[in-house]
Design a protein around this ligand. Structure first.
Ligand code: C5P
Length: 407
């Protein structure tokens, strides 16, 4: 059973759109309040057809916001103020239409304008008929919303109002409450901690148009930074050249660099101030010894030899000067994987190393999934199943949370 104060002092905007599942939202409001939350209800015009606003205003102790203006007085309801007030916006039920409007910024009602002004994180509990849920349009909107950082409480399978059976039922109020509670406990777990994350490839310039680089997309590091931010950490993300459409949170300072040398210099400067560092960048090991200011002309050469010099090993250099910092590195191996990863852990003075095997079809560069084994300096070896890079980021961060005792 939930402790009655798990949401004490939390302010929640409860957005309600028009589906039959609105009747469950009455119970959800009660549960949020019992857990200690202060709730402001915002309803779409359609939602009011299912359950009257009087039910929600009586229970929440606040007038329901639904129109842009109060008809008689002309009083304007500020969606911007709501966005500043709330710690979380929860939309339950979220209909297919509301999801589509959210994904595309169609601000034709108070719920969507509130969403577009929301400074706080947003969670939705979709509810609709099974065919509407499965429709490519809904699934496309769902992906857009996930990418925009919206948290999803997945609908459940079962008997639907249409008489059909399948996936589309809004999650039960108790399950939605659990997701809200989990979000708030997660969002505090790294509050006050500073974390350095390196991500992406590095490019080592040969001349103004050519470089030596690698295929790293940077996605793993960006997922890690984004998840750290959601847990309240202050993140410095040192990113090589990446081409990612990524919505990072407010507490992430992104510093773009190009070469390994630049990545080293920025990381070296930030490192003394951080509690944790995660080295997920695929740093080029070598750079051209000489850089040509003008484009090297093919006509002037019978053949071209590029002399290379070693780049700084960022993780190893910072490993030498680490004091209180806990560090996590990556190892991408092709053979003797565990043994090589352990060697890397010692050489670079990591507390944990994340091993991904090149032999694994679900791991590596340019993929959306990863399959890792976590290895600790104390000898623990913990294999994980293949997961999305977002889920892998969450798994890795759990190891940092172990150290987060504030001693
Ligand atoms: O030695 P290897 O490149 O396999 O080590 C991988 C780990 O070391 C990764 O965590 C990577 O980010 C880090 N690294 C680094 N600087 C380098 C090379 C690797 O920080 N020059």
């Amino acid at each position: 059973m939930n402790t009655p104060t798990s949401l004490k002092d939390k302010k929640i905007v409860l957005g309600i759109s028009g589906g039959i599942a609105v009747y469950k939202t009455v119970m959800l409001l009660r549960l949020l309040q019992k857990a200690g939350a202060e709730v402001q209800v915002v309803m779409t015009p359609n939602a009011k057809e299912f359950v009257t606003p009087v039910t929600f205003s009586s229970l929440s102790g606040k007038p329901v916001v639904s129109e842009f203006f109060t008809a008689n007085s002309g009083e304007w309801h500020s969606h911007v103020d709501l966005g500043l007030w709330a710690d979380l916006m929860l939309i339950a039920p979220a209909t297919a239409s509301t999801m589509a409007k959210m994904a595309n910024g169609v601000a034709d009602n108070m719920l969507i304008t509130t969403y577009l002004s929301a400074k706080e994180p947003v969670m939705i509990a979709p509810a609709m008929d099974l065919d509407m849920w499965k429709h490519p349009s809904t699934q496309r909107n769902l992906e857009i919303l996930k990418k925009d950082g919206v948290m999803i409480v997945e609908p459940q399978s079962g008997y639907l109002a249409s008489g059909l059976t399948g996936k589309g039922r809004m999650a039960e109020p108790e399950d939605i409450l659990k997701s809200v509670e989990e979000y708030f406990s997660r969002s505090q777990s790294l509050k006050g901690k500073r974390v350095l994350v390196t991500a992406g490839p590095t490019y080592e310039n040969i001349d103004p148009v050519r470089f030596i680089g690698n295929y790293s997309s940077g996605r793993m590091g960006f997922e890690i930074a984004s998840e750290l931010g959601k847990r309240g950490a202050e993140v410095v993300l040192v990113a090589g050249p990446v081409n990612l459409d990524f919505n990072l949170g407010d507490n992430i300072k992104r510093i773009d660099v190009c070469s390994a040398k630049e990545m080293y210099e920025v990381s070296r400067k930030e490192f003394p101030e951080v509690d944790f560092a995660i080295f997920s960048a695929a740093v080029a090991d070598y750079a051209p010894e000489e850089y040509s200011d003008s484009k090297i002309k093919r006509e002037n050469l019978s053949n071209l030899t590029i002399k290379l010099k070693r780049n700084p090993d960022i993780a190893a250099e910072l490993g030498k000067i680490k004091t209180r910092q806990k560090t996590i590195g990556f190892a991408l191996e092709t053979d003797n994987e565990i043994e090589n990863a352990k060697k890397k852990l010692i050489k670079k003075n990591f507390d944990w190393v994340v091993l991904n095997s090149m032999n694994d079809p679900e791991a590596g560069f340019m993929k959306d999934t990863n399959k890792i084994t976590m290895i600790s300096s104390e000898g623990e070896v913990l294999p994980f199943a293949a997961k999305s890079k977002k889920e892998v980021a969450c798994d890795i961060i759990e190891f940092l949370e172990r150290y987060n005792t504030n001693e």
